[in-house]
Ligand binder design. Structure first.
Ligand SMILES: Nc1nc2c(c(=O)[nH]1)N[C@H]1C(S)=C(S)[C@@H](COP(=O)(O)O)O[C@H]1N2
Ligand SMILES: [Mo]
Length: 341
């Protein structure tokens, strides 16, 4: 997802950059003489660098919150058997959550700093009844079900994850969507004190915060569209977007916005983080499409993360709409999907 332009082999480059940057960070700072002296830096960009350094040296502020055991309608075993699940430790340690850093291991190392209880999720805008869900409401207001979905990141890797949650449609129906509402806008928590990436672009990359996403109303009401509050039978680990995140399985992973505080019904297409950052690379629709390449790499296949090694290269063909075409292709009938990517 880095928006730095590069024409080197993108995919390898991305992995190597993440790991090398991470491992060499301290070394690099030592070389600059920053670690030993704790030099006070003054300009805003240097202050960002200072946070980056400080954060690495700091001890965890608090232990990760214990996960809640959930009760839910389990997915049918026959459905579960169709896809090999990505092991839980990989689902929770190889993440994109730039609020905690751009490297894949940053979220699992730093997201424990996020306070998820108390939480408030508001549903507002063009609705009959605005709703606020508190932390406990997220777990008790709707019938919870397990759904096993493929998650296909735009970076051409994928996982298969057993989520627990409820249909976004259930929540939207409860609020009563007004007939002129055309889109749904989502926003992630903005809390720089707990989200180190929001304090510094050295940590959180060059994207605007808070992270925002959006769906057309028919996409939002689609039965596959899930608000997840758990995975593998327990509440979400913070790095996966606790306490509540979106999962839209036929779209690239960046649409599945984490740690949501606001859902707003609107008649205008919402501005979305990655589209603002690099509009020629990340569209509003972001439907998984093997026939429309990212400008810097192919989307024809993906590296599926299974029980093999983390960087094991099991490549499979990418499916149109990530394998959900029979359920969602009709939403885009007549649209030029290379234009509306
Ligand atoms: N707020 C927020 N949501 C986010 C992201 C992020 O950086 N910030 N990354 C997205 C991307 S690119 C992907 S692939 C998925 C990854 O979800 P996972 O880490 O639970 O697998 O989260 C998405 N949601
Ligand atoms: Mo992603």
């Amino acid at each position: 997802m880095r928006i730095v332009k590069s024409n080197r082999s993108q995919f390898k480059d991305h992995q190597i950059t993440d790991e090398t940057v991470f491992n060499n960070k301290r070394h690099f700072l030592k070389k600059l003489g920053l670690v030993s002296t704790g030099a006070l830096l003054t300009t805003p960009s240097q202050a960002g660098l200072f946070d980056w350094l400080k954060d690495d040296e700091a001890q965890p502020a608090k232990p990760p919150a214990p996960l809640k055991q959930l009760s839910y309608q389990p997915v049918k075993q026959s459905q579960k058997d169709q896809l090999e699940l990505t092991p839980q430790d990989k689902v929770t340690s190889y993440n994109n959550f730039y609020e905690f850093g751009t490297a894949k291991q940053d979220p699992s190392e730093h997201a424990h700093q996020l306070t998820v209880d108390p939480w408030q999720l508001t549903v507002s805008g063009m609705v009959e009844t605005p709703i606020t869900l508190n932390y406990d409401d997220l777990f008790s207001s709707f019938a919870l079900e397990e759904r096993v979905y493929r998650l296909r990141c735009v970076e051409a890797w994928s996982m298969v994850i057993p989520w627990v949650g409820f249909s976004l449609a259930d929540l939207l129906k409860k609020a009563g969507v007004k007939s002129d509402a055309k889109y749904v806008a989502f926003e992630t928590l903005y809390r720089p004190n707990e989200m180190r990436g929001q304090k510094s672009r050295f940590i959180g990359g060059s994207i605007p915060y808070p992270y925002t996403e959006g769906l057309r109303i028919d996409e939002a009401m689609h039965p596959l569209t899930l608000l997840a509050i758990g995975l593998y039978g327990k509440s979400l680990p913070n790095q996966n977007g606790a306490p509540v995140r979106l999962v839209v399985p036929w779209k690239y992973g960046f649409k599945s916005i984490k740690s949501i505080t606001s859902i707003k019904l609107t008649n205008r297409q919402p501005k979305t983080t990655w589209n603002i950052s690099a509009p020629d690379e990340y569209g509003f629709y972001a439907n998984v499409n093997p026939n429309v390449d990212h400008p810097r790499w192919s989307q024809a296949s993906e590296r599926i993360i299974t029980s093999g090694g983390l960087f094991d290269q099991q490549r499979v063909k990418t499916l149109p709409f990530n394998g959900y075409a029979d359920q969602v292709a009709a939403l885009y009938k007549g649209m030029d999907l290379s234009k509306y990517y």
